[in-house]
Ligand binder design. Structure first.
Ligand SMILES: [Zn+2]
Length: 322
């Protein structure tokens, strides 16, 4: 049974916190409702964040960081934000972050795909600015409405007067489709994807993967890619891994950083995995160039990883292990 609208709304209200601006809250809930009508299950993961909570986030992955005399450095977690306390609209209850929920409401799906972008469109119709539109640091889950006020204006106590667009006219999309139909459509669109076919052929010849050359992205592909990775790690670095196609701690320990300029079969496997996860590296060819770099960047942003464009252990784990 699909997750109910009520559940998505309740969880979102809780995650937005009591410090959220009422117009942001109303608009966020309306966005969830409109998306739900289109068969997109969206949930808000964050809203208001106190200065202390921001300090805690900023302190992740930063040595010796303190705020108001208190130590907030936490090196056991990766860097997640460049915003110090007071440098995020979340600190003033003027921003939210969203993600797509799995149909059963049990998992968050962080892939920036058509559904994700559609939610951003709905958010923008309601007056939000979307972090995915930013030129430099794209923040795909992020929506904000600040009424033109800067951080320093807000820090000095100014508050925006926001107008809710919720009661305004809403034009539903011309074609409403049930989630089952969307799934079938994307499946048939993938049918015969020549890039996936080429990956299947390569995995068969390089690693004897025995995949059907059907251009369909199936679970088997992921297993075959992990097997390929394990084979390469054994061959190139004498890692001594079982080639079982399962992502685990041993495989994670054996991977090396893959970054721009890298060439070879491991780069190929990374590109293939990015591609089947909907992050097109613009060429699955074993050469880590600009296209791969921007695919890695988008993947890291969408998964809230440290955006360094390097496929290191954490990024490998997110790509291959989930
Ligand atoms: Zn945000």
């Amino acid at each position: 049974m699909p997750v109910s609208l009520q559940t998505l709304l309740e969880r979102s209200v809780k995650n937005m916190g009591s410090g959220i601006h009422p117009v942001i809250k109303e608009s966020a809930l309306e966005m969830i409702k409109r998306a739900y009508e289109e068969g997109i299950y969206v949930q808000i993961s964050a809203g208001y964040r106190s200065m202390e909570e921001q300090a805690k986030l900023y302190g992740q992955g930063r040595l010796g960081y303190s705020y108001n005399g208190k130590n907030y450095s936490n090196m056991s977690k990766p860097k997640v934000t460049n915003a110090k306390p007071g440098q995020s609209y979340h600190n003033f209850g003027l921003a939210i972050d969203y993600f797509i929920s799995s149909d059963d409401g049990r998992r968050g799906l962080w892939t920036v795909n058509d559904q994700w972008r559609r939610v951003a469109e709905i958010g923008k119709e309601l007056g939000f600015n979307w972090g995915g539109d930013w030129k430099h640091f794209k923040d795909y889950p992020h929506l904000e409405m600040a009424g033109g006020l800067s951080y320093s204006q807000l820090q000095s106590g100014k508050r925006p007067s926001l107008t809710s667009k919720v009661s305004g006219t809403y034009t539903p999309p011309e074609r409403k489709v049930a989630p089952e139909v969307i799934k079938k459509e994307s499946l048939s669109k993938n049918n015969g994807d020549p890039i996936i076919k080429a990956i299947q052929k390569t995995l068969n010849s390089r690693y004897n993967a025995k995949l059907d050359i059907d251009g369909l992205n199936k679970t088997k592909m992921k297993t075959a890619l992990i097997k390929g990775l394990q084979t390469e790690l054994n061959k190139q670095f004498k890692a001594g891994l079982d080639v079982d196609g399962k992502w685990g701690t041993k495989t994670k320990a054996a991977v090396r950083n893959v970054r721009k300029g890298a060439k070879g079969n491991i780069t190929y496997i990374v590109q293939a995995m990015l591609y089947i996860k909907d992050y097109n590296p613009k060429g699955v060819d074993g050469h880590f160039g600009d296209g791969t770099e921007s695919a890695v960047r988008a993947f890291q942003r969408a998964n809230r990883l440290d955006v360094d464009e390097i496929v290191g252990k954490t990024t490998f784990a997110k790509l291959f292990g989930s």
